[in-house]
Design a protein around this ligand. Structure first.
Ligand SMILES: CC(C)(COP(=O)(O)OP(=O)(O)OC[C@H]1O[C@@H](n2cnc3c(N)ncnc32)[C@H](O)[C@@H]1OP(=O)(O)O)[C@@H](O)C(=O)NCCC(=O)NCCS
Length: 440
């Protein structure tokens, strides 16, 4: 099998998941001006071809700054908000109009030698955002700087249903017939919330959010966002992007993503690979991971019994669970429900395969909490626990979740690779697939 065939097969679950869903993509003026923007447009066209409903929101700060400089106009800022007087507003209209045209032109490409050949994308926009003035705050008149009052959700939905890409520019109109300079992150957040979007994707100069050591945070539960925002002091653009994801996820958008606009293919990698390329902000209800205790048996059985009955998990009696409960880690929802579990069984044998290895078992997520990163977090936690116990290799046996484990770095293994003590317990009728992962 070629890499190409494997790649296509691996992406098919994502294609099915994303089809028909609404994604809001937010690009700053800087992102539109970047050399990689053409590649982003190609990837947007691909998402459109795959049946994803797309709303693009663009900024134009870089382009506005250029025009202000050329016209020798200086604008004032109050806490990073531009005070748009009449002279500046003329530059804003000019810059926004021209940026919009650049995007529309790129989305209209159809040359035979371009990846967009045959895409025939219809881009629509217009007076879809109702704005209101920021007004006078602490004695400062913000003139033509406004904020979003309403998004015309029905019209946008209709256009999306008709197969168009909706392009929203950072200008809104008031019922009095005035135009206001708006913040594109604000528009993207409002649009994602009012459309009940599946994803809000913020393009950023950085790869995503990094921790204090500078390592990229791949998955950020919503309850950890406030702490991260505090650590982003001085990184305004990232703070805004993270804030937008936070507000969107707080208001029922399923996922927020922060990805790089300069990294060719980051959008596709983020959407079509398990590990992604940027930071994923996930709605979570303040779940915690802890070792299971005997009091958790009832909750654990509720979680795993349905999976045992359908044959996905091996059957464990209550008695067995009681004796093995100390092997389990559980994820508990803020309200006390057990929403996920995983168990770690170190091998004790003396054969060459036993040393420093363990079996990962009973990885399961409550059906109502699937696709929220629960199993991923439990796996990460269990792997860390295993490393702390000196375990160097993890085995897993599964009938249903082979791909999930493969995408988490597990590789195919055979019965012979298992420790002898586990080989003798292998159920040939069940015919589980065996995988292993070297830790550390
Ligand atoms: C596999 C399982 C644990 C994943 O739980 P989860 O909490 O939804 O997992 P995460 O949220 O971390 O990951 C979800 C992602 O994995 C994908 N996924 C879920 N099950 C998958 C499977 N069987 N194969 C491939 N991908 C799968 C989802 O589509 C989602 O992808 P996305 O992020 O691109 O949207 C869960 O489906 C489950 O309980 N399965 C039954 C029990 C089982 O088979 N356990 C393994 C034997 S030990």
């Amino acid at each position: 099998m070629t890499d190409y065939v494997k790649f296509l097969r691996d992406t098919s679950p994502y294609i099915n998941t994303h089809r028909g869903k609404t994604f809001v993509l937010a690009l700053s003026g800087e992102a539109v001006a970047h050399g990689n923007f053409t590649n982003i447009v190609h990837d947007i066209a691909l998402l459109h071809s795959l049946g994803i409903k797309l709303v693009l929101v663009h900024g134009a700060k870089t382009q506005v700054e250029e025009r202000l400089k050329t016209s020798a106009i200086t604008t004032k800022f109050d806490q990073h908000t531009r005070i748009t007087d009449s002279a500046s507003m003329a530059c804003v209209k000019d810059a926004v109009g021209s940026t919009r045209i650049t995007i529309e032109a790129k989305l209209s490409t159809g040359a035979v030698n371009s990846p967009m050949h045959g895409a025939r994308i219809q881009v629509v926009g217009g007076n879809l955002i109702t704005a209101k003035p920021l007004g006078v705050k602490d004695g400062i008149d913000f003139h033509h700087t406004g904020e979003v009052r309403r998004i015309d959700q029905k019209s946008i939905q209709k256009q999306l249903d008709n197969g168009a890409i909706v392009l929203l520019s950072p200008i809104g109109y008031s019922p009095t017939g005035e135009a206001f300079n708006l913040n594109y992150e604000d528009i993207a957040t409002h649009a994602a919330i009012s459309l009940g979007a599946e994803k809000l994707i913020m393009f950023s100069a950085d790869q995503g959010i990094s921790d204090q050591q500078g390592n990229l945070i791949k998955m950020l539960p919503l309850n950890e966002v406030p702490g991260c925002l505090d650590n982003l002091n001085g990184k305004m653009a990232l703070q805004h992007a993270l804030m937008a994801c936070y507000q969107a996820c707080e208001n029922n958008v399923t996922r927020g993503h922060i990805i790089s606009y300069s990294d060719n293919g980051a959008l596709l990698e983020e959407l079509f690979t398990r590990d992604g390329k940027g930071t994923l902000v996930l709605k979570s209800g303040g779940e915690t991971i802890r070792p299971a205790t005997i009091d958790d048996i009832g909750g654990l059985l509720e979680l795993i019994e349905p999976l045992e009955e359908e044959g996905t998990l091996v059957k464990r009696s209550r008695e067995l669970l009681e004796t093995e409960i100390f092997r389990f880690f559980i994820m508990e929802h803020a309200e006390g429900t057990i929403v996920g579990c995983a168990a770690l069984y170190p091998f004790n044998g003396s054969d060459c395969n036993s040393g420093d290895s363990a079996e990962l078992a009973c990885v399961a997520t409550h059906p109502e909490f699937l696709n929220q990163g629960i199993a991923s977090r439990l796996l990460e936690h269990t792997e860390n626990q295993a490393i702390q116990q000196g375990i160097k290799k993890l085995f897993v046996l599964t009938v249903q979740a082979s791909h999930w484990f493969k995408e988490k770095g597990f590789v195919d293994a055979s019965l012979d690779d298992l420790p002898i003590e586990r080989q003798s317990l292998y159920n040939f009728q069940r015919n589980s697939k065996i995988f292993c992962k070297v830790l550390g």
